[in-house]
Design a binder for this molecule. Structure first.
Ligand code: UT7
Length: 325
């Protein structure tokens, strides 16, 4: 039986020009390149320039994705931006992207699920496409986490970076089998009881300030290792696929040790995992679309490959998406 699928037709990314190596932190913090590398796998990250905003980076990534797809902004029905670091409290970054691309129609909104944001945004885009409410979706993860760092907290400020990635999904008819291209299954979870493990200590209705990121790194690590393989395997089962059929795991890039342990638990070798954490750090909702875009540019991800993307972050919120590229 035929089934409408949300099929990837274009991917692109943007990274700010400024690259910050681990050694830069040694001047101001009691830390070392060796500690950061060995505990997280991070070697460098990009930081947005002064005045450079999340929406500007999102527009640049979107343009790259449109170019690859050979589409014009007017061909897009819905723009969804996953971000926790919007330009303004409102309107949404997504509507700013709409304006930045010169779109005169369609609709746009943001999704806020922190590091799991892109997975949540893909699930939303898939639902809109499968239900016939949109034919083409532009799904973006874009973040300026450098703006919410406590630069005196060595346990967090060395881990995060800025950037944006964009994926265009298009309605195409499949056979309803695991051989179809497109999003084949999603699995989403959250548990608000874990708020205190990872949050920003400011906001509109509480402090009236932006706040800075606070994290119990060791506890988040423990939850990540426990939950990521499970959600990835659930999504794969829903798609009717086994872990051994997966060509590429494209994980949230927070920590190389989390990425490695998750792959191990799933019985997948690291040579089938797209890893970019060494160059980008943790870019929250931008990390998966950045890894998808870099994975395609490197020639790792090819049309027809079976991908599973998994992520966890503040909330806690976590989930996975299975995509045949
Ligand atoms: O994207 C959202 C999801 N976020 C994550 O997935 C992050 C999850 N957590 C992690 O990635 C890791 O827990 C961290 C990289 C944050 C930390 O690694 P860890 O192996 O869990 O280290 P730890 O927090 O247990 O700290 C070990 C030691 C501590 O010293 P003591 O108490 O053992 O004396 C820290 O104070 O390392 C110290 N430390 C540092 N030392 C040098 C913490 N940060 C640093 C630093 N440089 N930057």
């Amino acid at each position: 039986m035929t089934k409408t699928r949300a099929v990837p037709v274009g991917i692109g990314h943007y990274l700010p020009a400024r690259v910050v190596e681990n050694t830069e932190f040694e001047a101001t913090l009691d830390t070392s390149d060796d500690w950061i590398r060995s505990r997280s796998g991070i070697e460098r990250r990009h930081f947005a320039a002064e005045g450079e905003t999340t929406s500007q980076m999102a527009v640049a990534a979107a343009r790259a994705a449109l170019d690859m797809a050979g589409l014009a902004p007017g061909d897009i029905d819905v723009v969804i931006v996953a971000t926790s670091t919007p330009d303004l409290t409102f309107p949404s970054v997504a509507t700013m992207v709409q304006a930045g691309l010169g779109m005169e129609g369609g609709f746009a909104f943001d999704v806020q699920a922190v590091c799991a944001g892109f997975v949540y945004a893909l699930a939303n885009a898939d639902a809109l496409i499968v239900s016939g409410q949109a034919r083409r979706a532009l799904v973006i993860g874009a973040e300026t986490f450098s703006r919410i760092m406590d630069w005196t907290d060595r346990g967090t400020c060395v881990l995060f970076g800025d950037g944006a990635g964009a994926l265009i999904l298009e309605a195409q008819e499949g056979d309803g089998t695991v051989a179809d291209r497109g999003i084949l299954a999603t699995d989403l979870h959250s548990d608000g009881r874990f708020k205190d493990l990872l949050y920003v200590d400011g906001g509109v209705s509480s402090t009236g300030t932006t706040g800075v990121l606070r994290m119990e790194g060791r506890e988040v690590f423990r939850h990540a290792v426990e939950k990521l393989a499970e959600t990835a395997e659930t999504a794969l089962a829903r798609a009717g696929a086994q872990p051994e059929q997966v060509d590429w795991v494209v994980p949230h890039q927070a920590n190389l040790r989390i990425i490695t342990r998750t792959a191990q638990k799933m019985g997948i070798d690291m040579d089938r995992v797209v890893v970019t954490v060494q160059d980008h750090g943790n870019t929250s909702a931008a990390s998966i679309p950045l890894a998808l875009s870099v994975g395609v540019a490197r020639g790792q991800i090819k049309q027809g490959d079976l991908l599973v993307c998994e992520a966890i972050g503040g909330g806690l919120a976590w989930g996975a998406v299975v995509i045949r590229w």
